[in-house]
Design a protein around this ligand. Structure first.
Ligand SMILES: Cc1cc2nc3c(=O)[nH]c(=O)nc-3n(C[C@H](O)[C@H](O)[C@H](O)COP(=O)(O)O)c2cc1C
Ligand SMILES: CCCCC(=O)C(=O)O
Length: 347
């Protein structure tokens, strides 16, 4: 099995340079992009021993969805730029691994087809749907109803994108839109026209309340870094948070997610599950995040590298490689299950 770094090299060889840069890049100086990975490297593990780790169980449950391991696929745009099978390939790999795929609102495949691909693999796949609440509420509602009818199990509202981050690689490359043969299929309105995704600058907590009145699905907020916002999210009754800086693609100089996690975890105090994403590349990264208060982690770019390198098989390589590393790291840290990972293991 190849490492994520090796899959990135393979992906880079296959992708058009502008598409590679779109996936790999971040905002501004890319300080936050680098900081996410660096924050893992800076922390070391202080393992416990003699704890009988002969039988290990990596499974977790999040917002009503079972995961075979504490790793899920964070939402990423435009999978058909990476591979002709696009989101269908990603969904099959997630279903095969028994984990959640968060489908991006900017997916290049219709949600009904994505769910169908996952159902070829397993009866009851866990697909969540990420959205940017659009200024047109009736349209937003229609998109949510469509995703619900298709069978998604939770909604993930991205809240770190009041405006679009400035990705300077994309500006330099002139990559500002999808090629004409691809479109964001879940943005079709009832006339069949594909709408542009608008970044919702006017969003407030009132909109989160509104969302709770129109959907019975669990709602998670993605892009929380400040402990005060985490407290407000608990009060708003959401089912979980994604501690995320959008992979360094929105506010450059934003705190790395591992540096943000402890304060958010202490603010939430176990009331709702936390998912951390940004810079997770190794099983030991997963262990560090769980030890400091996450219930699971999300991966963004690694899945895109697997997808570009080898479609479903490539994403499977990423997920199974991580599973093997997570399992080994649990054992070597003296933890038989996620509850066995505590803050004393990390320095
Ligand atoms: C190419 C790309 C596209 C992304 N598209 C979305 C998106 O549509 N919606 C969203 O909420 N986050 C999006 N993200 C952010 C990811 O969900 C996630 O927060 C981030 O990739 C995690 O960092 P990592 O790539 O280091 O794992 C995107 C990230 C990348 C790299
Ligand atoms: C309108 C596409 C949004 C994609 C996104 O969120 C990202 O590239 O980070």
């Amino acid at each position: 099995m190849r490492t994520i770094a090796e899959l990135e090299t393979a992906a880079r060889r296959r992708l058009a340079p502008a598409h590679y840069d779109f996936y790999a890049g971040g905002a501004g100086e890319e300080e936050t992009l680098r900081a996410n990975e660096e924050a893992f490297r800076r922390r070391v593990l202080v393992p416990r021993v003699l704890r009988n780790v002969g039988k290990r169980d990596l499974a977790v449950e999040l917002a009503g969805s079972p995961l075979s391991m504490p790793v899920l696929l964070s939402p990423t745009a435009f999978h058909r730029l990476a591979h002709p099978d696009g989101e269908l390939a990603t969904a099959r790999a997630a279903a095969r691994a028994g984990t959640v795929l968060v489908v991006s609102m900017a997916a290049t495949t219709a949600i009904e087809d994505i769910v169908a691909a996952a159902r070829e693999v397993t009866d009851d796949p866990a697909l969540w749907f990420q959205l940017y609440l659009q200024p047109d509420r009736e349209f937003t509602k229609a998109v949510i109803c469509r995703a619900e009818r298709a069978g998604v199990k939770a909604l993930v509202v991205t809240v770190d994108s009041a405006v679009f981050g400035k990705r300077e690689r994309d500006h330099r490359n002139g990559f500002l839109d999808l090629p004409p043969e691809l479109s964001v299929e879940n943005m079709r309105d009832d006339t069949g026209r594909v709408r542009d995704i608008e970044m919702p600058a006017e969003l407030t907590w009132t909109d989160v309340e509104w969302l709770r009145t129109i959907s019975g699905l669990p709602i998670l907020l993605k892009g929380i870094l400040h402990p005060s916002d985490a407290r407000l999210a608990v009060e708003a009754g959401v089912s979980g948070l994604v501690v995320s800086n959008h992979g360094g693609r929105q506010l450059d100089s934003a705190v790395s997610t591992m540096d943000a996690l402890p304060a958010v975890a202490s603010a939430v105090d176990g009331a709702i599950p936390l998912i951390l994403d940004g810079g997770v590349r190794r099983g030991t990264d997963v262990v560090k995040a769980l030890a400091l208060g996450a219930s699971a982690v999300g991966i963004g770019r690694p899945a895109l590298w697997g997808l570009a390198a080898a479609g479903t098989e490539g994403v499977t390589e990423v997920l199974e490689g991580l599973r093997e590393e997570v399992d080994r790291a649990f054992a070597l840290c003296g933890a038989a299950d996620p509850a066995g990972l505590t803050a004393e293991l990390v320095r």
